[in-house]
Design a protein around this ligand. Structure first.
Ligand SMILES: Nc1ncnc2c1ncn2[C@@H]1O[C@H](COP(=O)(O)OP(=O)(O)OP(=O)(O)O)[C@@H](O)[C@H]1O
Ligand SMILES: [Mg+2]
Length: 199
């Protein structure tokens, strides 16, 4: 525990509320979850670009990039996946403290792990975005060739193939990426944020 290690919290001289006030918008996390190839990275980045062009403070935390650095010590077994998500949740929270709109793009297949991040953040600071796309479509897209490898048994514990994906039960937003295009999905997301007075 932190208290056992003589680590004492120091309050920030600039508060989250002050950051938000200066930025002119709320800070929060859009937690994109869904199968590999469902479009999490594509949508998180397209939305972020739009928000950036509208002078919002933004940042994307993306699965592969984080695994190159912060989480390069982690693999894909259940414990490592859990720790992967926990760390990302903590980093996302720091960006929220800094006044940013953070979009995260991780498969995050387990409900419990997503709920852990939800609990880290305030009620209106976490929006679970379920990028819903049927497995066949994801597998046809296969933008990184991962499904092909997984089917050949070259990638164990691949979500949707030999590792489960637990669908969100009460996501704030569902984007059906197998029936609408990227532009329509981004418009939908912007509408949802405006409706909630977040931007
Ligand atoms: N409506 C759509 N929404 C999002 N992506 C789409 C759509 N239609 C086609 N695509 C394509 O599907 C692919 C989605 O890949 P992307 O890397 O965004 O998925 P991902 O969910 O981030 O996967 P991973 O978990 O492996 O990182 C892209 O090549 C994108 O251009
Ligand atoms: Mg991705």
């Amino acid at each position: 525990m932190a208290s056992d290690r003589n680590i004492v919290w120091h309050d920030a001289s600039v508060s989250k509320e002050e950051q938000q006030e200066r930025n002119g918008h709320k800070s929060f996390v859009l937690w994109f979850t869904g199968l590999s190839g469902s479009g999490k990275s594509t949508l998180a980045n397209a939305l972020t670009r739009k928000l950036f062009e509208n002078d919002k403070k933004v940042y994307v935390l993306d699965g592969d990039n984080i695994r190159h650095g912060l989480n390069k010590d982690l693999g894909f077994n259940d414990d490592d996946r859990k720790e992967n998500i926990r760390r990302i949740g903590e980093v996302a929270k720091l960006f929220v403290d800094a006044g940013h709109v953070v979009s995260t793009a991780f498969i995050s297949p387990f409900r419990e792990d997503r709920d852990t991040v939800r609990e880290l953040l305030g009620e209106s600071e976490f929006l679970e975005v379920y990028v819903k796309c049927n497995l066949d479509t994801c597998e046809q897209r296969d933008p990184k060739g991962l499904y092909k490898k997984a089917r050949k048994g070259e990638i164990p514990n691949f979500t949707g193939i030999d590792s489960p994906y637990e669908e969100p039960e009460n996501p704030e937003i569902v984007v059906e990426s197998d029936s609408q295009n990227v532009e329509e999905s981004v418009e939908q997301l912007l509408r949802e944020l405006k409706k909630r007075d977040l931007i």
